[in-house]
Design a protein around this ligand. Structure first.
Ligand code: CP
Length: 311
């Protein structure tokens, strides 16, 4: 029987939800995708809900996508940016959140640089918490929108071959993608320079392929990651130019494959580093479809979690 409720009150990470939860989010997102393609893109579902978007780290896609999703569901929305807040005067995370919740906020969407910040909050506050990215740990709604977008291209992901390319070491998108895709029965490989592949990666049920050409020959979908120089405390690659020469996905490489693969990137893109413009802007790339699907997927997550508010 199809499930109608999520098994959890929060979305702290993909590791805490089940394959049934993921499929319920996808079914719900399909309905919301229809809604946001209508002339009137709004439904009254969260008319009685107030949501705070707390961003302690920069964001373009995730922040705007959540805000749009909330407004499309008719929620009341408040936005908080740490850079212009009393965090700068030394206020703690818990004091900040408790003060915002005192203003009758029901749900919290948060991006924070510290892995586990959401888990800590979930043990100390009663509002629903949605992880919009915690350091190098998880980015669950990105993984959900990525898998939803792959499913639109390939159908059921069971047995489909996905390669995640690049800076796996510093990527919360990679970890959430790996957990999500393996829960859905996909086969996952990671590909990148050895210094950017974490030592524990095999324990997640993925394989490692160091040759970009072999990885792309194998896969149905390549999800290409940004090189996150801002998270590198030491040099993991000699230079961006050398990274691009050995692991950059460019038109010559894509055209040399014996099949057509789907190209994805979570954004923001470093054009000419991990992906060339002629690949990023090609018909094979679904990068802007990912962004479009993000709104529907986040509407589904917010709607379903709001249904678990009394848990
Ligand atoms: N993909 C993603 O998380 O992008 P932003 O950092 O712009 O939100």
């Amino acid at each position: 029987m199809a499930h109608s409720k999520l098994s959890t009150k929060h979305l702290l990470g993909i590791k805490y939800i089940t394959a049934d939860d993921i499929n319920l989010i996808f079914q719900t997102a399909e309905n919301f995708k229809d809604v946001i393609n209508r002339p009137i893109k709004k439904v009254p579902s969260l008319r009685d809900v107030t949501i705070a978007n707390l961003f302690f780290e920069n964001s373009t896609r995730t922040r705007i996508s959540f805000e749009l999703a909330e407004k499309r569901l008719s929620a009341d929305v408040v936005n908080f940016s740490a850079a212009s807040s009393s965090v700068k005067k030394g206020e703690t995370l818990l004091d900040t959140v408790n003060n915002i919740l005192a203003m009758k906020v029901d749900m919290v969407v948060m991006r924070h640089p510290a892995p586990g910040a959401h888990h800590f909050l979930s043990q100390n506050i009663s509002a629903n918490i949605i992880n919009a990215g915690d350091g190098t740990h998880e980015h669950p709604t990105q993984a959900l929108l990525d898998a939803f977008s792959m499913r639109e291209q390939l159908g059921d992901l069971k047995g489909k071959k996905i390669v995640i390319v690049g800076d796996v070491m510093h990527s919360r998108v990679a970890l959430s993608n790996i957990i999500c895709l393996t829960k859905l029965g996909a086969k996952v490989k990671v590909c990148g320079p050895p210094t950017l592949i974490p030592k524990h990666i095999l324990s997640l049920g993925v394989e490692v392929e160091y040759s970009i050409k072999k990885a792309l020959e194998w896969c149905d979908v390549a999800n290409i990651l940004r090189i996150q120089l801002e998270r590198m405390d030491i040099k993991y690659i000699p230079s961006l130019r050398e990274y691009s020469m050995y692991y950059g996905v460019n038109k010559k490489l894509v055209d040399s494959l014996n099949k057509k693969i789907v190209i994805m990137h979570p954004g923001p893109i470093n054009r000419g580093v991990e992906i060339s413009s002629d690949v990023a802007d090609s018909d094979q790339a679904i990068i802007l479809d990912q962004v479009e699907n993000g709104v529907a997927v986040r509407m589904a997550v917010l709607y379903l979690l709001a249904g678990n508010r009394s848990n």
